[in-house]
Design a protein around this ligand. Structure first.
Ligand code: DQA
Length: 150
């Protein structure tokens, strides 16, 4: 069974209690359960990792690149949190594992928020971006990957 890697960056472990007006009441565990369910519909599995550390996410991206090459991984869904707006390292990692498709997800509509959230270092190297649809964004990304819409 092929898998999709679900990566979550800094502070997303606080989902459910962190700014619920913006991010909702669902926890990271709920998000991962939703992803498992969505992937299952396509006969796919998921692997999930959350880290507050940039290097862990970069290492996970490199591993994903190897799994993609080996034919065991379909692609990556990443919500890089605040690293979206700062990390050239993640940009380079995503570029470095191409053509493995990476889909950028944000729970909130970052473009309706502070100006510093309007720039993404991930978007230029992402297969696609899904913002502002709440945790449903993860599901949409999984469907897009599974259906080859990238
Ligand atoms: C976020 C948006 C980012 O700007 C923020 O730093 C996050 C969450 C989102 O899912 O809406 O941590 O990625």
């Amino acid at each position: 069974m092929k898998t999709i890697l679900i990566l979550n960056g800094p502070n997303l472990n606080l989902l459910g209690t962190r700014e619920p007006d913006l991010y909702g009441h669902d926890t990271l565990k709920d998000v991962e359960a939703l992803c498992t369910e969505s992937a299952k519909l396509h006969g796919l599995g998921i692997e999930a990792l959350q880290s507050n550390h940039e290097g862990d996410l970069i290492d996970a991206m490199h591993k994903a690149g190897q799994a993609f090459k080996a034919g065991t991984l379909l692609g990556v869904v990443i919500n890089a949190g605040a690293l979206t707006h700062t990390s050239i390292g993640l940009h380079d990692a995503i570029k470095g594992i191409q053509p493995c498709p990476v889909i950028e997800v944000h729970i909130s509509n970052v473009y309706a928020r502070e100006a510093f959230r309007h720039h993404s270092f991930i978007a230029p190297v992402a297969a696609g971006c899904i913002v502002g649809f709440g945790i449903r964004g993860y599901q949409l990304a999984i469907h897009a990957l599974a259906e080859g819409q990238h």
